[in-house]
Design a protein around this ligand. Structure first.
Ligand code: HEC
Length: 129
């Protein structure tokens, strides 16, 4: 071994082989790993991020003092959670319906992106924060 170390051309030879081999390993690995795509548009909504939408579009009727409190109080997370635990499908059906006699809010004032955000939030288990 000591002779080997003292012979620079043999060492160069081994180093070249090692380099080629490690390059091969590196590229072989690189092919197997899928790139992680981070979509900055994909923000996970919570009650905290959607409260303003609910307050503006639902709470006027669905709260104490409102005309539809008996059909659900949407003024606080605890109450909304209870309604969704009971039937999250009813909530989704209401906000996605195009039937003016069924959809919520009755005026149909949610934008399509607000509807999508609310549906995703419900399907994600309606996190509070
Ligand atoms: C203008 C008043 C008004 C607004 C605003 C409103 N609702 Fe309603 N909502 C009602 C009334 C009245 C009913 C009961 C009549 C019916 O079933 O359509 C109801 C029923 C519901 C029901 C069914 C409850 C049950 O037990 O069957 C859900 C769910 C609901 N609303 C969700 C919402 C959501 C979510 C919003 C906001 C995006 C909203 N509502 C906005 C008046 C309103």
């Amino acid at each position: 071994m000591s002779k080997l170390h003292k012979n620079p051309s043999i060492m160069k030879y081994y180093l070249t082989i090692l380099l080629i081999f490690s390059l091969f390993l590196f590229t072989a690995c690189e092919k197997e790993v899928d790139p992680i795509i981070v979509d900055s548009e994909e923000v996970q909504d919570t009650y905290a991020t959607l409260k303003a939408v609910v307050d503006q579009n639902c709470v006027g009727c669905h709260s104490y003092g409102g005309s539809a409190v008996e059909f659900g109080d949407f003024s606080n997370y605890g109450s909304i959670q209870g309604i969704l635990d009971n039937s999250s499908q009813e909530f989704i059906n209401r906000i996605t319906s195009t039937d003016p006699n069924y959809r919520m809010p009755p005026a149909g004032s949610l934008t399509s992106s607000q509807i999508e955000q609310l549906v995703n939030w419900v399907n994600n288990g309606y996190p509070e924060n």
